[in-house]
Design a protein around this ligand. Structure first.
Ligand code: PLP
Length: 428
C-alpha cells in the first residue's frame, strides 16, 4: 500500500468517509483519494512524493496559484501579531473598503468564515428585510450546505421543495422553491403562484456546480426584472464567480445589479473566508444595527484578512492577470474541442472565461437535466487517464476546471498532449 492508501484507511476509521468534504473521496470516479503533502505554483505533491499539475485550485481560491509568496508573507506578518482577538481590527476595515471599492453593487459588507455561512446569513437577511419567507433557487446550483439550500424540486412545477438531505425538515424545505436554470418561464410560474410570499431569488450568475453552465442571454436580466416587479430581492451567489470572472465580479461582468451578493474562495486568498454584502439599506438590518441576527467568533480573522486583502489587491492592481488566464483558458477550450472532434467523442467543452467544464454528451448543456445526460463513466476514465499522467482535475463530472495565472501555455500544451493520448486510446 502506498502512503495515500494507508492514510485513507486510517482516515476512514476516524473521519466519516475518510474526508472532511464529500467530493474529496473520489467516489463519483470510482477511485481512492490522493493525500496532499504540499502545493506550490500549479503543482501538488502527494504523500508518496508524486507530483501533479493541479486544475482543482482548492475548488476556486487559488487563482494566483499555490503558495503565492506575497500572500504567504502577509500571513506570516499578521501571524507575528497574534492569531485572533475577538475585537475589531484595522484589517477588517481595509477589507470592507477594498470590496466596496472593487464591486460597485456592494455598499456594505459583512465578513464570515465560509461560503455556506455567507449564504445562510444572506437568506436570513433577505427574509428579515422583506418580511417574506420563501426563497427561489435553481436546480443544479449549489449554495453551500445550509438547510434551506439542501432542497430539491417538489413533484410538479412550482410546488414546495423537498429535503435533499436527511436531517432537513419538510417544513424548512417547503419554503424553498426550485426552478430550472436558464428557464425564465419556470420562474414566472412560481411568482404567479407564490406572488407575495417570495423574499428572494438566489442564483449562481454562472452555474458552476453542475459543471459550468453560463446564463443564456436575457436570463439574469429577466431575474432582475421579475424580482423588481414582485418586491423580491435578487441575490447573486458569487462564491465561485466573485473575483474570478472579473475583478468586479459577475454583477459588473453582466451589467446586472443584484441587491445582495455572497463571496467565498478567492476572497480569502486560500484561508477560510466568506462575505455577504449589498445595498446599505438592506445591510443595515443586520445586528447590531438592525433586527437580523448574525455573528461569528472568528469572522474577519486577522490572518485570513491579511491573506484575502493581499490576493484582492494583487488582482486589482494587475488586470493583465485576467487577460492571461482567460487567454490560456481559451487555448485549452479550443484545443480540447478539436481533440474531441478529431476522435469523434461526444463532448461539450463549455464555460466562460477561466471556468470550464467538459461534459461528455452530444448536446450543449444549459440546465441540470441536460447536464445529467452526460456519460459519467467516460468522465471517470477521463479523470483517471489525466491522473495517471500527472494532471488532477475535479473528481466529478459536475464541477469546474479551475485555472490560475500560473497555468501558462506550457501547462496547457501538456494538458492537450495528455488529452490527445487519453481520447485516442481504444477503451476511452
Ligand atoms: N456557493 C457556491 C456557489 C459554491 O460553489 C460553494 C462551494 O463550493 C458555496 C456556496 C459554499 O461555500 P463553502 O464551501 O465555503 O461553504
Amino acid at each position: 500500500m502506498n502512503n495515500s492508501e494507508t492514510l485513507f484507511e486510517r482516515a476512514q476509521k476516524v473521519i466519516p468517509g475518510g474526508v472532511n468534504s464529500p467530493v474529496r473521496a473520489f467516489k463519483s470516479v470510482n477511485a481512492n483519494p490522493i493525500f496532499i503533502k504540499s502545493a506550490n505554483g500549479v503543482t501538488l505533491t502527494d504523500e508518496d512524493g508524486k507530483t501533479y499539475t493541479d486544475y482543482i485550485g482548492s475548488w476556486g481560491p487559488m487563482i494566483l496559484g499555490h503558495n503565492n509568496s506575497q500572500i504567504s508573507k502577509a500571513i506570516t506578518e499578521a501571524l507575528s501579531h497574534g492569531t485572533s482577538y475577538g475585537l475589531p481590527t484595522k484589517s477588517e476595515v481595509e477589507m470592507a473598503e477594498l470590496i466596496t471599492e472593487i464591486v460597485p453593487s456592494i455598499e456594505m459588507v459583512r465578513m464570515v468564515s465560509s461560503g455556506t455561512e455567507a449564504v445562510l446569513s444572506v437568506l436570513r437577511l433577505a427574509r428579515g428585510y422583506t418580511g417574506k419567507d420563501m426563497i427561489v433557487k435553481f436546480e443544479g446550483c449549489y449554495h453551500g450546505h445550509s438547510d434551506s439550500m439542501l432542497v430539491k424540486a417538489g413533484s410538479g412545477l412550482a410546488t414546495a421543495g423537498q429535503p435533499n438531505s436527511a436531517g432537513v425538515t419538510k417544513e424548512t424545505a417547503a419554503d424553498t422553491i426550485t426552478c430550472r436554470y436558464n428557464d425564465l418561464q419556470s420562474v414566472k410560474e412560481v411568482f404567479a403562484k407564490y406572488k407575495d410570499k417570495i423574499a428572494a431569488i438566489i442564483v449562481e450568475p454562472v452555474a458552476a456546480n453542475m459543471g459550468v453552465i453560463p446564463p443564456l442571454p436575457g436570463f439574469l436580466q429577466g431575474l432582475r426584472e421579475i424580482t423588481e416587479e414582485n418586491n423580491a430581492l435578487l441575490i447573486f451567489d458569487e462564491v465561485i464567480t466573485g473575483f474570478r470572472l472579473s475583478i468586479n465580479c459577475a454583477s459588473t461582468y453582466f451589467g446586472i445589479k443584484p441587491d445582495l451578493q455572497t463571496f467565498g474562495k478567492i476572497i480569502g486568498g486560500g484561508l477560510p473566508v466568506g462575505a455577504y454584502g449589498g445595498r446599505k439599506e438592506i445591510m443595515q438590518q443586520i445586528s447590531p444595527l438592525g433586527p437580523v441576527y448574525q455573528a461569528g467568533t472568528l469572522s474577519g480573522n486577522p490572518i485570513a484578512m491579511a491573506a484575502g486583502i493581499t490576493a484582492l489587491k494583487k488582482l486589482k492592481e494587475h488586470p493583465e492577470i485576467y487577460s492571461e488566464i482567460n487567454k490560456n483558458a481559451k487555448t485549452l477550450k479550443t484545443g480540447l474541442i478539436e481533440i474531441f472532434k478529431e476522435n469523434q467523442i461526444d463532448a461539450q467543452v463549455q464555460g466562460i472565461e477561466s471556468l470550464i467544464t467538459i461534459f461528455f454528451t452530444n448536446e450543449p448543456v444549459t440546465s441540470y437535466d441536460e447536464a445529467k445526460k452526460s456519460d459519467t463513466q467516460r468522465y471517470a476514465r477521463w479523470f483517471k487517464g489525466l491522473l495517471e499522467n500527472g494532471i488532477v482535475v475535479a473528481p466529478s463530472q459536475f464541477e469546474a476546471l479551475f485555472l490560475s495565472n500560473l497555468h501558462t501555455e506550457k501547462e496547457i500544451g501538456q494538458f492537450l498532449n495528455v488529452a490527445r493520448k487519453i481520447v485516442s486510446s481504444e477503451n476511452f
